[in-house]
Design a protein around this ligand. Sequence first.
Ligand SMILES: [Zn+2]
Length: 212
Amino acid sequence: MLKTPTKTLAIDPVDVKAKSFQNLDAVLITHEHYDHLDPRLITEIQKETNCAVIADSTSIKRLQTVIPNGKLQEIKPGDEIKLGDVSIKGEKCNHAALAPVTYIITSEDGVKIFHSADSLPFPELVAIGLREKFDVVFCAVGIAAGSSPESGFEIAWLTKPQLAVPYHTALAASQSEFAQILKKELPRTACLIPKQNRIYQVSKKEVKKDED
Ligand SMILES: [Zn+2]
């Protein structure tokens, strides 16, 4: 879950209770695999919160019979959807699904987050990283086909964020392995290994101006 100054977003919610969501503005779905898309849960969450549902073209097909028409929005790589002053952009995703997307989310106060979903690294990430200057990048380090601490690190290496978050694994060892590689190979990027049910606050790093 991501909370910006005015909006709350849930990305690929699974294995959670619909009732645990309050004041949710949007659910974002990256692709149709069962560990990312649970149409029944999304239906419950949507009823509970009246949130918008933004999803890739394949997931859309599985949601259009259960989510009210005006609440469902398709996103493809290159699309941008505005949620108030929050920007949600779809980007390419290098994963064996039908129409997967990754998400670039920019908060009202300019914090930029890249959620790489189940993506493996891909060359365009260099240009995307230079263009966006990410504050936070979520890097899959397991579960998804081909993903590992090394492939997760590669995503951080290509995008060069301020902060990299290893995720999508049941193994704490994979997260610490990611942290070790990052510390050695990309020391200017900090690492956050998130704990369940903990809230982390990220703000824009102040750029010091050279007075001379
Ligand atoms: Zn997947």
